[in-house]
Design a protein around this ligand. Structure first.
Ligand code: ZN
Length: 410
């Protein structure tokens, strides 16, 4: 009597492995990876020599704002991306106009549409930001918390309560952030550089860490996101993480001013980041400046990529396709050598998972299966076409897109 398993993927090309492998999934976990598995699966997938890898992880997405571009005039986009990012703050003020009409009821519909795309493109984990301020109030966070329940086990959301319009400069925002954490946000999110003075920037960092410590949650901050080499909020975030014992629980996003830092200062900050065990999420496709990705990697820092925006005031494209994000980054960062392309793939899979503390993840025995079965046999060809995977396995189960389409149609 042959043994029966829940799911077997046959004939898989793994990264850096020439011989085709079979992968067994039982009770949601990977239980074997070997050349030929005897027995049969209740479900069997023929990978036919296609690449099988870990699923994709998106470490940064402004999920409450997806598909709001049509509600905006184009001035915010022009200000964010023009004039060497010198008008990034004005762009954020203009983009805030969309929040005059914030309502959980229309936001949730857009969120579902974006998460359907995520499932389609094999993205199983997202750190998703919801604006929390006196304009957005709690509508964005409520929509994301609802979507987190609807998509549980398919696309896992880490919901970030994000003080987009500041803490000191937006009186009332701190109280709303506290309420958002009480509602069940997974991460405390800030944007310190947006405050007007250095003292206010430091206060913003402190308030966000106070919330993180009180609710025992990770921190994500958008730091130094303008064309100003004098911005220092990345350094402050790293110092505060060390001071609070939050090493490995604090993540920096954007950090675009890093491109303009004097090199000795950059090297000091990079060393601080390693001390704080703090990664950097870069999204070179959504702004003309980007973090110094190659130098950070060469110094042993953790770096990954994020989608950042989908059709909002800051970026007109995007579809939660992390292969597309890596493909764009390949050109913008000039990561085109074979080893660079492997690094890019890490930055949307394994390194990304590490950055947002997704621990039960990886293509190894004993781990929950979060996998993609691609049409192409190698990483370079997967990125070349950046097409929909043939199959997606999320949290141990084969993803049924028809079922997710039904959720998205609600
Ligand atoms: Zn962002």
């Amino acid at each position: 009597m042959p043994e029966t398993f829940d799911l077997i993927i046959r004939g898989a090309h793994l990264r850096n492995n020439a011989a085709l492998q079979d992968i067994v999934i039982q009770n949601g976990k990977i239980t074997a990876i070997q050349e030929k598995v005897e027995g049969c699966g209740l479900t069997e997938i023929d990978a036919a020599g296609g690449l099988v890898s870990e699923s994709f992880v998106n470490t940064h997405l402004h999920l409450c704002k997806v598909y709001t571009l049509q509600m905006m005039d184009e001035k915010a986009l022009k200000d964010y991306q023009g004039a060497d990012m010198g008008k990034a703050m004005s762009a954020i003020e203009l983009a805030a106009r969309v929040k005059d009409n914030y309502d959980e009821r229309w936001i949730i519909k857009n969120v579902r549409r974006a998460l359907l795309d995520a499932a389609k493109y094999g993205c199983t984990h997202i750190r998703a930001f919801a604006d929390v301020d006196t304009k957005a109030r709690l509508d964005g966070i409520k929509a994301l918390i609802r979507a987190r329940a609807e998509f549980k086990g398919i696309v896992e959301l880490q919901v970030v309560a994000f003080a987009q319009d500041g803490i000191v400069r937006d009186p009332g925002a701190a109280e709303l952030m506290h309420k958002a954490m009480e509602l069940g946000a997974d991460v405390a999110g800030g944007i310190p550089w947006i405050e007007f003075t250095d003292a206010d920037i430091a206060e913003h960092v402190r308030v966000i860490f106070d919330l993180a410590v009180k609710f025992n949650k990770d921190v994500s901050m958008l730091v130094d996101d303008a064309g100003d080499p004098g911005l220092r909020s990345l350094e402050l975030q790293a110092l505060e993480a060390i001071k609070r014992g939050w090493q490995g629980r604090s993540l920096a996003h954007h950090a675009r001013a890093m491109a303009l830092y004097p090199t000795p200062y950059f090297q000091k900050v990079a060393a601080l980041l390693r001390k704080a065990n703090m990664g950097v999420v870069s999204d070179p496709h959504t702004g003309p400046l980007h973090a110094r990705v190659r130098e950070l990697l060469e110094m042993g820092n953790l770096v990954c990529l994020g989608q950042d925006d989908i059709s909002d005031a800051y970026y007109p494209f995007g579809r939660n396709n992390m292969m597309e994000v890596a493909f764009l980054a390949s050109h913008l960062l000039w990561f085109t050598a074979a080893a660079d392309i492997e690094t890019l793939y890490d930055m949307v899979t394994t390194s990304a998972a590490r950055a947002i503390n997704v621990n039960d993840y990886g293509l190894k025995v004993g781990v929950t299966a979060n996998l993609v079965v691609m049409n192409e046999p190698s990483v370079v060809e997967v990125l070349r076409y950046h097409e929909q995977p043939r199959h997606v396995i999320s949290h141990g189960k084969l993803v049924d897109l028809a079922q997710i389409e039904a959720i998205a149609r609600q």
